[in-house]
Design a protein around this ligand. Structure first.
Ligand code: ACM
Ligand code: ZN
Length: 539
């Protein structure tokens, strides 16, 4: 009897000990952007080098998805994985299933993590890629050799709210090296952004090689010095700077973006913000120059002459070289901040207005944009431009990027034109994000994290049918006061995380305090990746 009791006690202790061993702490789930639907469940799944990664499709896009997962497992945890083809899930595997018959939107995915394994399904490779991004956010935010990576059990059914989830970067005011552009894309992918708006030409520098017009980069990409301090300081640094991307580099960037399911939208500015080009080819301006690449910021009176046929021929040649480099559907032609001062005096501009029956310089700008639209449409692209392209009449198929508030976007949507919302008060990431007294010099404004998070891209003025024309929203990053990649990152993060949630997550799930409680995990990832970010609002 005594022996029986002793055995029972030993057995009980053993059982207790084993259950303690088996119980792995279930990590918290903190995904940004917040998935559309998520159920946390009991238990965990552990990924080790023994865990098979199975795919059901030989589609070449699958490689982008699996290599992203395998690289992260190896780089963060030193877990080497093998990908094999399989028609079905196996026990304790990660099954990545491209299911083109699945009735969910293109970028949507379903992710199931249970103690038995992981199943990720989507109707497209981009959906699978976003599922991988969420899965990676379930893993510990550490970079350390692990024998097992513990993932909490969860069921996620997720889909983005908007099709255009954009970040922009101005490389005209300050050129940013190609290596940084690749990093910028990497960081975008983590946040499920899918559109990179690359602002490639400016008064302060032309940044893309055009083979037919070599002076655009020989002359137009170099400025002799740069304003120091705030606009109007009249102090210059005396340091010549330049920089541009060769077409081969552009192809590399576009391919790198495509591997992360990001479309690159190029912007070639016209008819304003064109001093870089005019310095190289002064015959394209109304006065004939000479012009200098700008050394200060702002808006300049010298713009392309809209009266000369040579201007249209030049720009079409430029577009003809740029179009094939960018496979996306949209092409941005700028269109903002074009003073009409020179056009009002220019005999050729006045003659053009007379010949074409145009009643104002705004109509001349509209004529200019419509010619460009025709060329773009004939070459398989849709035109998008800043909201000034509404003035004088919108080109027939043009999409509008609304930056001077939402008025332009609302007007365009009411005319059944597609719209991307980037109003300055909510989406300009060059504005101060905290008390300017303690911040590096910025252009001005005040856009704290909470205000970005609170942005609603669909204005109440639009009917449900009109709101379908709002493609999404975008953060704009103008670099007058961002001289280095680190400064760009500092201005972009963590505000881009807030914007990512605005454009991805359901409106009903928006909750700033909850978002902030999830940011801690994401900023640990920023630390590992070496992303510079503003910590003021995280305290
Ligand atoms: C702009 O900020 N000028 C579009
Ligand atoms: Zn002119």
């Amino acid at each position: 009897m005594k022996k029986y009791l002793k055995d029972l006690l030993i057995m009980y202790l053993l059982l207790f000990f084993c259950s303690c061993q088996a119980e792995v702490k279930r990590p918290d789930v903190q995904i940004i952007p917040q998935p559309a639907s998520m159920t946390n469940m009991e238990g965990t799944f552990s990924i080790s080098s023994q865990t098979k990664i199975l795919i059901n499709s030989e589609n070449p896009e699958m490689h982008k998805v699996t290599s992203y997962l395998c690289n992260r497992l190896e780089n963060f945890y030193q877990i080497k994985s093998k990908v094999t083809f399989s028609g079905a899930a196996e026990k304790k595997s990660i099954f990545i299933k491209l299911n083109t018959g699945l009735a969910i939107p293109k970028e949507a995915y379903n992710l199931s993590v249970t103690p038995k394994g992981i199943i990720l399904q989507a109707s497209s490779a981009s959906g699978l890629f976003y599922g991988i991004q969420s899965l990676l956010q379930l893993m510990p935010p550490i970079q350390q050799k692990l024998s097992e990576v513990v993932v909490p059990s969860v069921e996620i059914m997720d889909a983005p709210r908007f099709a255009w989830r954009g970040l922009h970067l101005d490389v005209g005011r300050h050129f940013m090296p190609k290596e940084f552009i690749l990093k910028y894309l990497d960081y975008m992918a983590i946040h499920k952004f899918n559109t990179f708006h690359w602002h490639l030409t400016e008064d302060q520098g032309w940044r893309i090689e055009i083979k037919k017009y070599p002076k655009l980069t020989e002359v137009g990409s170099v400025r002799k010095e740069t304003l120091v301090g705030h606009y109007g300081s009249k102090i210059y640094d005396g340091v010549q700077v330049g920089g541009f991307y060769t077409q081969e580099e552009v192809k590399e960037v576009v391919a790198y973006a495509a591997d992360r399911f990001i479309t690159v939208v190029p912007e070639i500015e016209m008819p304003g913000h064109s001093l870089g080009a005019l310095a190289a080819y002064p015959e394209l301006g109304c006065t004939g120059g000479p012009y200098d690449v700008a050394t200060t910021w702002g808006v300049f009176d010298d713009v392309y002459c809209a009266g000369k046929e040579e201007t249209y021929a030049f720009l079409q040649d430029v577009l003809a070289e740029v179009i094939p480099l960018f496979p996306g559907e949209y092409f941005h032609i700028g269109g903002d901040e074009c003073p009409k001062t020179r056009w009002q005096k220019c005999p050729l501009c006045k003659q053009k207005m007379k010949d074409e029956g145009l009643k104002s310089e705004h109509e001349l700008q509209s004529y200019f944009v419509q010619r460009m639209e025709k060329f773009l449409n004939e070459n398989g692209k849709k035109l998008i431009g800043w909201d000034e392209i509404l003035e004088g009449g919108l080109a027939p198929n043009a999409a509008v990027m609304s930056w001077r508030g939402e008025k332009g976007g609302i007007a365009a949507a009411k005319e059944h034109h597609f719209v991307v919302m980037t109003p300055g008060d909510f989406c300009y990431l060059d504005h101060y994000q905290a008390d300017p007294k303690n911040e590096p010099l910025a252009i001005g404004g005040f856009l704290p994290l909470k205000k970005v998070y609170g942005y609603e891209p669909v204005p109440a003025e639009l009917t449900e049918a009109e709101s379908k024309y709002v493609l999404g929203a975008q953060g704009n990053v103008w670099t007058e006061y961002m001289k280095s990649p680190e400064q760009v990152e500092y201005m972009v993060y963590p505000r881009a995380a807030a914007l990512a949630e605005v454009v991805w997550s359901p409106k009903s799930s928006r909750d700033f305090d909850n978002f902030k409680s999830r940011l801690g995990r994401l900023t640990k990832l920023y630390d590992i990746l070496g992303i510079t970010y503003c910590k003021t609002e995280l305290k």
